[in-house]
Design a protein around this ligand. Structure first.
Ligand code: SDX
Length: 428
């Protein structure tokens, strides 16, 4: 017997079914609300209380700090899987067998190139262009070279589109970096694994041999896993709503890149580093920045803190914080920024303002410290987030299309002028 919700409005009672998920979450199904009540709708800016869909991909429990991809805990996946395995799991729903993973890897290798004409588009950007803007544009431009829309009901066509975007997106990421650094545009090396190949394309220099560094490649692989999906966050919701108009996969991913760019979302990892550098430049005065973060008249926020869903530690932040210590130690990097970050975290966790609002470090708070130790420039941090989030965006887009979800088109409550007659310009 499913639960019901009763709404009483203007002396009339209305009953709505309650949907129950596989992890005991419940939602009032208001699909018929406007019809049965003669026009009543709900309003919820930022969708803090509103579910947009039912999904089988990622489960979050914000109160307990739980994150699972297709039922597997983020802690186990980060420790035991590699990024391409996790990408396969998110997109196709099951961990791949050895044979499936080998085929997936080989198929991606075969597609790891982009049309040379893409360089003409890249050349149009000034070196100073932010890599996220370059990435979003190049992703959209890929459509010109992959114009056939995916038949969502064809498993073969869907698989081929997934392979193409997973193969080509990293090249766009690397080219956005190389453009900014004035470096040659490197190509894929089919002899290497997926993440090692990305690392080589990013760091190979024309005047010296590429040196593989297992610590760096493993850290990168781990960070990409931790960013791979996060249910209906801002950029994923963007990918879903753009895809709901039946815009193509590449166009939807391009929109997701733009949404991720914002400093309240994926852009926070760059903003955290800039904030920590400002604190170090300011003599390490963390108290001043804590006061700014709590001052309602000051737009400054403690970047890397707080989360719409997590009202406990972000499980990814815990893993990344531990990894930061290990990676910096293994690389022999002594970065004062890490100690400032730890000091700031300690202060915030003991501060009543943060305690009352359940503001904890999120995925962006420590990730930039590792990226920096790996030699990745600050303005590329959000691009690395996008690289990690790509499989999640693909998985969510595919699920939305395969479930034949309707086009996303929210309603509103109008608060503007009532009807008024036009006024000729001479009389205004
Ligand atoms: C990501 O959704 C996802 O899953 C995202 C993500 C993913 O994997 O896709 O996890 C990745 O985007 C992580 C978040 C990265 N952003 C930041 O670190 C930017 C700093 N954080 C905030 O701006 C904020 O916490 C958000 C945007 C993350 C969440 O904002 P909400 O849920 O809309 O909460 P809110 O702005 O209504 O804040 C509630 C209260 C307010 O104070 P009061 O008005 O109640 O007095 O908490 C305060 C806020 O002022 N607050 C902060 C704060 N975050 C919230 N105060 C100071 N510093 C902060 N960081």
């Amino acid at each position: 017997m499913s639960d019901k919700a009763i709404l009483e409005y203007k002396g009339q009672k209305y009953e709505f079914p309650v949907v129950e998920g596989s992890e005991n979450e419940h939602a009032i199904d208001i699909k018929t609300l406007r019809a049965v009540t003669g026009g009543l709708i709900t309003i919820d800016p930022g969708y803090k209380n509103t579910g947009s869909c039912e999904s089988a991909i990622t489960f979050l429990d914000g109160e307990k700090g739980i994150l699972r991809y297709r039922g597997y805990s983020i802690e186990e996946l980060a420790e035991k899987a590699d990024f391409l395995e996790v990408a396969y799991l998110l997109i196709f729903g099951e961990l791949p067998s050895k044979k499936e993973l080998q085929k997936f890897n080989n198929d991606i290798r075969e597609e790891s190139y982009v049309d040379e004409e893409m360089k003409n588009i890249l050349d149009g950007f000034p070196k100073s262009a932010h890599p996220m803007g370059v990435l979003s544009s190049l992703t959209s431009a890929l459509i010109a070279f992959n114009p056939i829309p995916v038949d969502i009901d064809s498993e073969e066509e869907m698989y081929s589109a997934v392979v193409r975007i997973l193969a080509k997106f990293p090249i766009l990421v690397v080219w956005a970096l190389s453009k900014r650094q004035g470096m040659p545009l490197n190509y894929s090396d089919g002899r290497l694994g997926y993440v090692e190949n990305i690392h080589k394309m990013m760091f190979k220099r024309p005047h010296r041999e590429y040196q593989k560094n297992k610590v760096v490649v493993d850290a990168l692989d781990n960070l990409l896993i931790l960013h791979a999906d996060h249910e209906q966050n801002c950029s994923t919701s963007t990918v879903r709503i753009v895809g709901s108009s039946h815009a193509g996969l590449f166009a939807s991913i391009s929109a997701g890149v733009s949404a991720l760019w914002g400093p309240l979302h994926g852009g926070a990892n760059q903003a955290v580093l800039e904030m920590l550098e400002a604190i170090v430049a300011d003599g390490g005065d963390t108290k001043k920045y804590m006061a700014k973060a709590k001052d309602k008249n000051d737009p400054f926020r403690l970047m890397g803190f707080g989360h719409r869903v997590y009202k406990n530690f972000d499980p990814r932040a815990k893993i990344i914080k531990k990894a930061a210590d290990e990676v910096l130690h293994d690389l022999g990097v002594d970065d004062p920024i890490l100690e400032v970050a730890k000091g700031l975290e300690k202060e915030a966790l003991e501060d009543q303002y943060f305690i009352d609002r359940k503001l904890y470090p999120n995925v962006d708070f420590y990730s930039g410290i590792i990226y920096r130790a790996l030699g990745i420039p600050t303005e590329m941090f959000t691009v690395m987030f996008a690289l990690g989030r790509l499989p999640g965006w693909i998985a969510q887009w595919r699920e939305m299309r395969q479930r034949k979800e309707p086009i996303g088109r929210p309603r509103q409550i109008y608060i503007g002028e009532n009807l008024r007659p036009f006024v000729d310009i001479e009389k205004r």
